[in-house]
Design a protein around this ligand. Structure first.
Ligand SMILES: Nc1ncnc2c1ncn2[C@@H]1O[C@H](COP(=O)(O)OP(=O)(O)OP(=O)(O)O)[C@@H](O)[C@H]1O
Length: 329
């Protein structure tokens, strides 16, 4: 039986995986099923918010290892030394502050799945260690003399294609070959528009929000949005929509949709969803502000045939400030 006979159904018990009806998702899931049944490394590629982590959980739950731990770590989110100690664990006294032995994630995931998210961001030192572990099937806690067997299955994900990272000189080709035994590419939401209604239903269920129906116009509007943040962005928009609607309203029309009104909204939405800090949000606002001002200045400069003094007058700026915005100090 292939996955095609099983749609839509929650196949990954408890992780809320929606099984897509769109042809592209059917293909992806069919392939995922095949890899899930093996013990090979699988690399999941795809844009941000396309469901790479959910796919990793799906691979785990659909595998023979489903009753063993699934352990996830983001390789781009912490300093090298911390990541190393997280991954491999350490022996008491191996460095200042190591007051007792500590199991690393490889040990915690024993017999199960270790999911290394954003593997493309891993440092050279971590890459070398991973390569060795995958080759020898054993690893060392930091400061330990004896090795431990590696029994976890390694699944990795990246939003930047690894091949590109290799070309940039940022990723080892030999490690890429080790990780990319099986490859699953998560399609962007724009390539699976048919899944939007079911994604919305599944989201409302998961969030415990009242069931509501989308009108045809609302659906069309959702289908024409570019969705740079993919499913994460759709979820965000739909939660915002659902929460702001009157409780008794069971239909969602085009005008009810809380779609971002500007690119700034969209950017903040993306940044917000990728757990950025307040200074990072402020930076996004600042950059967008600069873009808007520069675009406006350029339009006016065309009207004044490049006359900066006149353009500054029209824009109620000093000429100095205008040059500053144009990086012409
Ligand atoms: N098929 C799906 N059905 C329902 N929800 C989904 C599906 N795929 C993804 N999501 C939801 O979309 C959001 C983003 O998913 P996920 O974190 O897996 O994406 P990602 O590709 O790993 O993102 P990033 O690259 O930013 O880490 C999550 O809230 C997830 O629950």
């Amino acid at each position: 039986m292939t996955v095609l006979d099983e749609t839509p159904v929650d196949l990954s018990a408890g992780v809320g995986m929606y099984v897509g009806k769109s042809p592209v998702m059917k293909e992806v899931l069919d392939l995922a099923f095949r890899w899930a049944k093996t013990d090979y490394q699988v690399l999941i590629e795809g844009e941000t918010g396309t469901g790479k982590e959910l796919m990793a959980r799906f691979l785990h739950h659909a595998s023979e290892r489903w009753d063993r731990p699934f352990v996830a770590v983001n390789c781009g989110a912490m300093a090298d030394s911390l990541l190393e100690s997280e991954l491999f664990g350490h022996e008491k006294g191996s460095f200042t502050g190591a007051h007792r032995d500590r199991k690393g994630l490889f040990e915690q995931a024993a017999g199960g799945t270790l999911f290394l998210d954003e593997i493309g961001e891993a440092s050279e030192a971590i890459q070398v260690k991973l390569l060795r572990i995958l080759e020898t099937k054993e690893f060392y806690r930091i400061g330990a003399e004896g090795s431990l067997p590696m029994t976890a299955r390694v699944i990795t994900a990246t939003h930047r294609p690894l091949r590109k990272r290799v070309e940039e000189g940022a990723f080892r080709e030999d490690l890429m070959f080790r990780l990319d035994v099986g490859k699953i590419t998560m399609p962007p939401l724009s390539k699976r528009l048919r899944d939007i209604p079911d994604l919305v239903v599944s989201l409302f269920q998961k969030e415990g929000l009242p069931e509501r129906t989308l009108t045809d116009q609302a659906l069309k509007r959702l289908e024409s949005h570019p969705w740079p943040g993919n499913i994460r962005e759709l979820n965000h928009v739909m939660i915002k929509t659902a929460v702001t609607l009157p409780a008794q309203q069971t239909i969602i029309d085009e005008g009810d949709l809380a779609l971002p009104e500007s690119r700034l909204d969209e950017r903040l939405l993306l940044n917000h969803e990728s757990d950025c800090t307040v200074p990072e949000l402020l930076e996004a606002v600042r950059l967008y502000e600069k873009e808007l001002i520069q675009a406006r200045i350029e339009t006016v400069l065309k009207e004044t045939s490049g006359d900066r003094k006149r353009a500054a007058e029209l824009l109620d700026l000093t000429e100095r400030k205008l040059r500053y915005w144009l990086n012409e100090k």
